[in-house]
Design a protein around this ligand. Structure first.
Ligand SMILES: [Zn+2]
Length: 113
């Protein structure tokens, strides 16, 4: 693992997946990218209401299938190392993005405490 500053932008391989997802999801305003500690990825398109605009896609770079762990727990959120939404241009306004982000990714960070 090399140190790099936190960019929250898709890696090259993720970008290709994102483009594929967007192509199949005309309503998508962005794609949620969820990185798991095992190296697998979970992705799903979201629409402007923060609702899923595609089914959740799981994949693993350079591999035919996801790892055994993911097959067991389906990419449990406790193993998420990073998550963000890659927006499709033109990006929604900031409050909309916030709403969508909260709706799609918010479950991991409860508001209590
Ligand atoms: Zn995995």
């Amino acid at each position: 693992m090399t140190m790099k500053k936190e960019t929250r932008s898709p890696e090259k391989s993720e970008r290709a997946m994102i483009e594929g997802i967007i192509e199949g999801s005309p309503d998508a305003v962005g794609v949620a990218v969820i990185r798991l500690d095992c190296g697998c990825r979970k992705m799903a398109a979201v629409d402007k209401e923060g609702e899923p605009a595609s089914k959740v896609i799981m994949y693993r770079d350079m591999a035919e299938s996801i790892c055994e762990q993911c097959k067991k727990d389906n990419g449990d959120f406790r193993r998420v190392t990073e998550q963000f939404i890659s927006w499709v241009g033109p990006e929604p306004a900031a409050p909309v993005k916030e709403m969508i982000t909260g709706k799609v990714l918010g479950t991991r960070e409860p508001y209590t405490n």
